[in-house]
Write a protein that binds this ligand. Structure first.
Ligand code: GDP
Ligand code: IMO
Ligand code: MG
Length: 444
């Protein structure tokens, strides 16, 4: 029997395989050259993607990391939660550095809006949880970025209290909705202990209608725009924000973000079906890092952890918080590769590992009852009971910044990468040896 197939799609997805900050921005910027449209499908201004080009450093939060490449289209899909003020700040900041932003940026009319009260709710809930829970069974606070992400997605699911980007273009409709929403929100914020005057719906409606006016040239039906692009032979590059282990369904719940940041979020977050993604490049650091609360079996709370933090400049791009650091956890990465359907990986920040006598990679966990497991435990309570079992590797002293191809890597560095490839069963297609676009070894 014959079957129809989709052939091989030329579209690519880039996704983080750990807890974020794997260097996705740099890889997206690099792959932009081979694609026409760069698409964000999830998250919001909680993301911080760094791109370095010729000594210039750019931090992107809402705008896709393809924006620095002239002639490419950048799309903020319907699955993103957009803080219009932050977006306009980002546009202004980039323009002031000579980056063109005009018809090359499109924002979905169906993307949900992060309102000021979402950020207040986010902060107030985190404060409330930090205070009440500290005397009980540890804090329930997540350590969010306080960018209003959770409350904005909660409103999306609640429906009646949500505002979408398209709504900003209709001042009257916006005001009517806000009159109801503000009544509810004022009461909720008061219950969370926020001492503030009641929310003023008319002032808020006026302020957000103005923001809508400024963003009007960019707001459009991105679902049709993306399908029109594909029909005319253009290729798409999907840029994941956050990372698979922070995925609301498949991450270390409840210490996760509020969207599907794995590649599973691409179809709902863009309106492009999954069979239009041919290549899925998972991004993994050569070690591990995590910001915010939640279990982290290979965390290093010692001098080695500090050394990795300093060498890797492991401070948040969005909040400036020091990132927690630890050895590479391949049980976690293999799980993420499986969930995301990774066809290859990029191993980033490899240069950071130079100069250690020995390096460790976690390949299994020992549980509290002595049993050994080689499966990830995507539940915070279970994962907190896992102790890593390590394979130890000899280190290397040579700095890697100036290495230009994989064959020239020190032998111990090559062995470290070969072990990762063997364990994951998929090729390492890129190796990051420095923050700049050019510090990337491409090829298997
Ligand atoms: P993202 O959120 O996944 O885009 O990653 P971030 O930008 O938050 O964090 C990654 C950090 O590592 C940034 O400061 C990048 O400039 C930097 N970076 C990316 N790749 C490399 C690499 O291969 N080596 C080094 N040393 N730094 C890198
Ligand atoms: P990029 O795209 C690292 C973490 C937060 C917190 C949890 C929930 O730069 O890799 P949220 O504000 O989303 O409700 O916070 O998720 N988090 C990230 N950590 N990198 C990110 O994005 C993150 N986005 C969210 O620190 O623990
Ligand atoms: Mg980041």
């Amino acid at each position: 029997m014959k079957y129809a197939t989709n052939g091989t799609s030329p579209n690519t997805a880039v996704v983080g395989l750990q807890w974020g900050d794997e260097g996705k921005g740099k890889i997206v910027d690099l792959l932009t050259a081979e694609h026409d449209v760069i698409v964000r499908y999830n998250g919001g201004a909680n993301a911080g993607h760094t791109v370095e080009v010729a000594g210039e450093r750019y931090a992107l939060h809402l705008i896709p990391s393809g924006i620095l490449n002239p002639g490419k289209r950048n799309v903020i899909g319907n699955g993103v939660v957009v803080d219009p003020e932050k977006l306009l700040e980002e546009i202004d900041r980039l323009r002031s550095r000579g980056v063109k932003i005009a018809e090359n940026l499109q924002v979905s009319d169906r993307a949900h809006v992060v309102m000021p009260y979402h950020k207040e709710q986010d902060a107030a809930l985190e404060e409330f949880l930090s205070n009440v829970a500290s005397s009980e069974r540890g804090s329930l606070a997540i350590g969010t970025t306080r960018r209003g992400i959770g409350p904005a997605y909660a409103d999306k699911i609640n429906r009646s209290t949500a505002i979408r980007m398209g709504d900003l273009l209709d001042a009257e409709y916006l005001r009517d909705r806000l009159r109801v929403i503000c009544r509810l929100r004022t009461a909720e914020l008061k219950a969370l202990g926020v001492q503030a005057p009641p929310l003023d719906p008319d002032a808020l409606a006026e302020r957000f209608a103005k923001l809508g006016d400024r963003l009007r040239p960019h707001i459009t039906d991105t679902v049709y725009a993306l399908h029109d692009s594909m029909r005319t032979g253009k290729t798409l590059l999907f840029e994941g924000a956050n990372a698979c282990l922070l995925d609301i369904d498949h991450g270390t719940y409840p210490y996760v973000t509020s969207s599907n940041c794995s590649t599973l979020g691409i179809p709902p977050g863009t309106g492009v079906p999954g069979n239009n993604i041919g290549r899925i490049l998972g991004i993994m650091k050569a070690y591990s890092s995590r910001v915010g609360a939640g279990p982290f079996p290979t965390e290093l709370l010692d001098e080695t952890g500090n050394l990795i933090r300093e060498k890797g400049r492991e401070y948040g791009t969005t909040t400036g918080r020091p990132r927690r650091t630890g050895w590479l956890d391949l049980v976690a990465v293999k799980y993420s590769s499986m969930v995301c359907g990774a066809t290859g990986v990029a191993c980033t920040l490899f240069d950071v590992l130079a100069g250690f006598d020995e390096l460790k990679i976690c390949t299994q966990y020992r549980m509290a009852d002595g049993s050994i497991v080689d499966r990830f435990l995507p539940d915070a309570r279970m994962l907190a009971k896992a102790t890593p079992i390590y394979t130890t590797f000899k280190g290397w002293t040579e700095e890697l910044r100036d290495v230009s191809d994989r064959k020239s890597l020190p032998i111990n560095a090559a062995k470290y990468l070969a072990f990762i490839e063997e364990y994951l069963g998929i090729p390492i297609e890129m190796v990051g040896v420095g923050p700049d676009r050019r510090h990337t070894l491409v090829g298997v």
